[in-house]
Every structure is written in C-alpha cells, then in structure tokens.
Ligand binder design. Structure first.
Ligand SMILES: *Cc1c(COP(=O)(O)O)cnc(C)c1O
Length: 393
C-alpha cells in the first residue's frame, strides 16, 4: 500500500503492510524458531539493532510482526507486542511497570485473573494493589498513595458492563504521574481507542473479539509511545510469553472481519437487550445501548457502539439461572466471549460457584445475574430460544 493512512476497515485487511517477492495475498506462516544470518556482519547488525533482520522467534517473527503492526495501527499506537494469551499481556505489563514497593489501583470488577494474579502472586514480590469501583472517579482519587504507579482500567467491566470515564482517568493519571493501562478486550479497537483518550498502554485478550472465532487464545499490548514500547518489549522477550507464528496467522485471518462481525453482533445485541428489558422474568438489563444503562451518555462519548455484551438479572435468582442454563438450546453454556457464536453464562452457578457470597456481591455478581455474549446468528433464532427457555422459569 501507499503511504496514505488507511481507514479502519481497510487497515483490517491491508494494515500489516506485509509484502514479499511472491506477492502472496496472505502473510505466510514463518513456522521457524530461528533465522540464519547471511554473514557474520549481518548477524552483528541484527544484534546491535542496526538492521530489522530476524534472529529468533521469541524476539520477533515476520508473521507475528504483521499482526503487531496491524493492531498498533487500529489502536493508533506507536507499536504493539503480541503475547501467547491475554494473561501473558497483563503480566508482561505488570512486570514492566511495577516493582517492589509499588502500588497499583484497578477496576474492582476486572477480569478475575487480572486481579487474582496481582493479589496472590505479585503481592509475594512486594507489589500492592487497591481495587475500587472506577465508575466513581472520587474512588480512584481516594485510593492514590505516594507509591501508586499504575491505574488499571477495564471498561466496560466484566460482568457488570459498568463504564469508566477514560478522559477523567487520563487526567488523574497525568496529575499524579501514573501510567494509565486500559484492558480494551470488551470493545476491541473497532469500538474504542483508549490511547486517543490519553491511556499509555492498551491490553487485549485477542481470544475474544479480535480473533472472534473461539479457536485461539492470544494477547496483545499496544503502547502510545516509542519509549513505552522499548520498556515493554524486552520484558515480553525475557519473560517468554511470546506468540506462536501459527497463532498469529489465525488471528490475522480472524481480524479481517472484525468490523462486520461486531456490526452484526451489536445489531443483534440491541434487539436482544430490548427484548429482555420487556420480559417479565427479567429484573434489569445492563447494556450500554439502552437508555436505562447508568453510563449511557458516557458510553456514547467514548465508545463508537454499545458492543455485543449484555448482562441481566433474573427475578427468580439462583434457581431461575439454572433453569435458564438448562433450557437454552442455541447459545452455548460457556465462558469466554466475542466469538461468532452466542455464549451464555450464569456466574453464580458456573464461574463464581466457589467464590464467597460477600466477594460475589462486592464484584457485582448477584444470584440471578446472567451474562450473554451475542453472536452473529439470526437474531430471531436467538430471541425465540431465550423466549422458550425463560418461559420454563
Ligand atoms: C479473557 C480476558 C482476559 C484474559 O485473556 P486470555 O486470552 O484468556 O488469557 C483478560 N481480560 C479480559 C477482559 C478478558 O475477557
């Protein structure tokens, strides 16, 4: 492609800029651990960083590089670092930005392991953390200590779909000299670009919307600046959470349809949310596209669409949740999200069944809470299936 900056949908298809002598339409899978040097001098240049030649796949690989380049462009970042999983991305960022004696503030209802690894593992190395409801900016301000280094936000957050104000977070972060890290998994770069609101680092579990086909686990870190990129890249390389070339190829393939998948999924989600809001078995529905969502206006300001994730509360509580799970036929009873297939989950009886009642309530998980990841099936089939299963309650 020319130098011209491509728009989003074109970047999905052509954003890697990859070209080889054979002009292959797809980036080939460089399934190799190591790369030979043409000469001692070539090898020397590679190690000195004076050439962009490849050395060893943990350090870099053309297939992985193509994916990193594309996602960095989609997020308007300087550069990106691909990882084996979303959690490898999270831990690489923690390792790069925190040290013994440092403190981090995070969104209370983040993806569970992003919090538990901090409280159970990083704590052993002297890293402190405080988890607050970041939808109230005052809570963040109150939690700041002299040793706070990182503000870690997930928006919308899991599973409450609560929206945090990215611009306000970025203002607090710059006033207090904190790094602002945003997990953008729920939106993907198609719906939200946190770096444009002042974030320093964006994290993705590409397992979800970016790959979109529930056949791969993968992660990505995108940095706003070159300095941040140079800080994070060596940590990934030395920690060893690198992506595999075949994995990169599959994500490149899934990524091409990101926009049309999300367009369809959120069109479906809006209809499902409206249907659920009218269903007498349902107490409330949380979906950023509904006027009843507590941060409806904020979501419109920072997200380009309401997305495909819906939470709702059943009036019948725990038992109603189990009846619903046992009667849905189309949506799969499964964790994860962001694929072409609809997934339904009842945290109280599934993911959070071992968690204490107090801890569940603190995270916003009530007994009748159901999370729905909307797929791209015919919406009438999804609604008819919910209708027949809700009628069993
Ligand atoms: C799934 C998920 C992760 C972790 O990603 P993996 O690819 O499963 O390691 C992190 N954050 C969010 C919001 C997620 O949904």
């Amino acid at each position: 492609m020319s130098e011209k900056k491509l728009r989003f949908n074109s970047t999905l298809i052509h954003g890697s800029g990859y070209k080889d002598k054979l002009l292959s339409a797809n980036v080939p899978i460089y399934q190799t651990s190591t790369f030979a040097f043409g000469s001692a001098e070539d090898g020397e240049k590679c190690f000195l960083g004076e050439s962009d030649g490849y050395i060893y796949t943990r350090l870099g690989n053309p297939t992985i590089k193509a994916l990193e380049t594309t996602v960095a462009r989609l997020e308007n970042g300087f550069g990106a670092v691909a990882t084996a999983s979303g959690m490898a991305a999270v831990n690489t960022v923690y390792m790069a930005l925190l040290e013994k004696g440092a403190h981090m503030i995070g969104t209370q209802a983040v993806y569970g392991p992003s919090r538990s690894v901090m409280e159970e593992q990083w704590k052993r190395f002297g890293v402190e953390s405080t988890w607050v409801d970041t939808t109230e900016i005052e809570n963040i301000k109150k939690a700041i200590k002299p040793n706070t280094k990182v503000l870690y936000i997930e928006t919308p957050a899991n599973p409450t779909i609560a929206v945090t104000d990215l611009r306000a977070c970025s203002e607090i972060a710059s006033q207090h000299n904190l790094y602002l890290v945003v997990d953008n998994t729920f939106c993907s770069p198609y719906l939200q670009n946190p770096l444009d609101f002042g974030a320093d680092v964006v994290i993705h579990s590409m397992t979800k919307f970016i790959n979109g086909h529930a056949d791969i686990v993968a992660g990505m870190i995108v940095t706003k600046t070159e300095e941040m990129y140079r800080k994070i890249r060596p940590v990934m390389v030395n920690l060893g959470g690198n992506m595999d070339p075949h994995q990169a190829y599959l994500v490149l393939r899934g990524l091409k349809t990101l926009a049309i998948r999300i367009d369809k999924a959120q069109e479906n989600a809006m209809k499902i949310a409206e249907y659920l809001e009218k269903n007498p078995k349902v107490q409330w529905v949380k979906y950023p596209g509904l006027k009843s969502h507590p941060q409806y206006e904020l979501a419109k300001k920072q997200m380009r669409g309401p997305g495909a994730m819906i939470s709702f509360e059943l009036k019948g509580g725990f038992e109603a949740g189990k009846i619903l799970m046992n009667n849905v036929k189309l949506a799969l009873l499964a964790v994860s999200l962001g694929g072409v297939e609809s997934l339904i989950e009842h945290p109280a009886s599934m993911t959070h069944s071992k968690v204490s009642k107090e801890a569940k309530l603190e995270a916003g998980i009530t007994d009748g809470l159901v999370r729905f990841s909307t797929g791209i099936e015919d919406v009438n089939d999804i609604i008819e299936d919910l209708e027949q299963s809700l009628s069993k309650i």
